[in-house]
Design a protein around this ligand. Structure first.
Ligand code: NAP
Length: 311
C-alpha cells in the first residue's frame, strides 16, 4: 500500500496551508477531508483581517483560492472520515470509512465545531430556526426578527451581518459586557437594528417543526421570560455563536491534550514523533485564519525535516 510523505487531516486554512507548503516542497501529500473544504471559515460572512485580503472577501472565496493553490502544487485530496488512527511507529495508519491510508508523517488540522447551547429543543429545531451559520441561513430571515446568542467576536460580527437581512437583531449575552474586540463592539452599539439582552441565557427553545418561542433566563434575577414570535411572522431565528469545540475525540489517549486541544511545541510537534497539529485544534492563544495558515506552513516544513532526518 502506498505510503505518503505527509497526510493532512482536515482541509480548513491550516490543512490547506500545510498541503500547499508540503506540495511545494515536493513531498507526496494527501489531504483527507470529512465534509467540505474550508472548515469554519466557509461559514464566515466577511474576512476583514487576513493580511492583504481584498474588500468583500468572504470565507468561501478565500478558501476557493487556497484549494486551487494546493492543486497547483500537486497535493492530492480525498473525502473520507477517519475513524481510527495508529500514530506510533514509522508508518502512521489512518483508517477511514472508505479506505485506509498510510504516511510517514501526519498533520492533524481537524479544526473545531460550533458549540451548542445544550438546552431542550435546540437539537430538534436546528435548521428550523436554530442556526450556527449566518452566511448560510441569514437569507431565510429577510425582514424577520433574529436573536444571536453569545458575546464574542463571532456573535457580534455575525449579528452585524444579520442586520442586512433581519428587521431586528437582539444579542443575548450571559454577562453585561461583550467579549468581542472594541472595534467590533462599537459598530454594534452604533447600529440601530441591534438590541441587547444582557445577563441572559437561553433555557429552552420551543416550536412545532419551526421555532415559535424560547425561554430566556436572567442570570442575575433568575427571572424567566418567554420570547414569542411576532404573530404575523410565526417564527424567528436563533443564531448561536458561543465558541467552538475542538474535533479531537479521535486522538484522545493518543496525543497529549489540554481541554481537548492538542498540545504542540512552537514547531507544531505533538508528543508523538512524526505527528504534528495545526490550526484551531491546537492549544493556542489566537485562533484566526492567519494563525491557522501559519501553523500549517510550520507543520509542513517540520514534517519535511522529520522525513529527511529519518531517511
Ligand atoms: P469566544 O471568543 O470564545 O466567545 C464566546 C462567547 O460566547 C463569549 O462571549 C462567552 O461568554 C459566550 N458563551 C460561552 N459559552 C456560553 C454558554 N454556554 N452560554 C452562553 N454564552 C456562552 O468565541 P467566538 O466569538 O466564536 O470566537 C472564537 C475565536 O475566534 C476567538 O479567538 C475570536 O477572537 C476569534 N474570532 C475572531 C474574529 C475576528 O477577529 N474578526 C471573528 C470571529 C472569531 P463570556 O464572554 O461570558 O465568556
Amino acid at each position: 500500500m502506498k505510503v505518503y510523505d505527509v497526510i493532512v487531516i482536515g482541509a480548513g486554512p491550516a490543512g490547506l496551508s500545510a498541503g500547499l507548503y508540503a506540495g511545494r516542497a515536493k513531498l507526496d501529500t494527501l489531504i483527507i477531508e470529512k465534509q467540505k473544504y474550508g472548515g469554519q471559515i466557509v461559514i464566515t460572512s466577511e474576512i476583514e483581517n487576513y493580511p492583504g485580503g481584498t474588500e468583500g472577501e468572504t470565507g468561501p472565496s478565500l478558501i476557493e483560492r487556497m484549494v486551487k493553490q494546493t492543486e497547483h502544487f500537486g497535493c492530492e485530496k480525498v473525502f473520507d472520515t477517519i475513524q481510527e488512527v495508529e500514530l506510533e511507529g514509522d508508518v502512521k495508519v489512518l483508517k477511514g470509512i472508505n479506505d485506509e491510508y498510510r504516511a510517514k508523517t501526519v498533520i492533524i488540522a481537524a479544526g473545531a465545531n460550533p458549540m451548542p447551547i445544550g438546552c431542550p429543543g435546540e437539537k430538534e429545531l436546528t435548521g428550523k430556526g436554530v442556526s450556527y451559520c449566518a452566511t448560510c441561513d441569514a437569507g431565510f430571515f429577510e425582514d424577520f426578527e433574529v436573536y444571536v446568542v453569545g458575546g464574542g467576536d463571532s456573535a457580534v460580527e455575525e449579528a452585524l451581518y444579520l442586520t442586512k437581512f433581519a428587521r431586528k437583531v437582539t444579542i443575548i449575552h450571559r454577562r453585561d459586557e461583550l467579549r468581542a474586540a472594541k472595534s467590533i463592539q462599537e459598530k454594534a452599539f452604533k447600529n440601530d437594528k441591534i438590541e441587547f439582552m444582557w445577563d441572559s441565557v437561553v433555557e429552552e427553545i420551543k416550536g412545532d417543526g419551526i421555532v415559535e418561542s424560547m425561554v430566556v433566563k436572567n442570570v442575575k434575577t433568575g427571572e424567566l421570560t418567554e420570547v414569542t414570535a411576532d404573530e404575523e411572522d410565526g417564527t424567528f431565528g436563533i443564531f448561536v455563536f458561543i465558541g467552538y469545540k475542538p474535533q479531537s475525540a479521535l486522538f484522545e489517549g493518543k496525543v497529549d491534550m489540554e481541554r481537548g486541544y492538542i498540545l504542540t511545541d512552537a514547531d507544531m510537534k505533538t508528543n508523538i514523533p512524526g505527528v504534528f497539529a495545526a490550526g484551531d485544534i491546537r492549544a493556542k492563544s489566537l485562533r484566526q485564519v492567519v494563525t491557522a495558515a501559519a501553523d500549517g506552513a510550520i507543520a509542513a516544513v517540520q514534517a519535511g525535516k522529520y522525513i529527511e532526518e529519518h531517511e
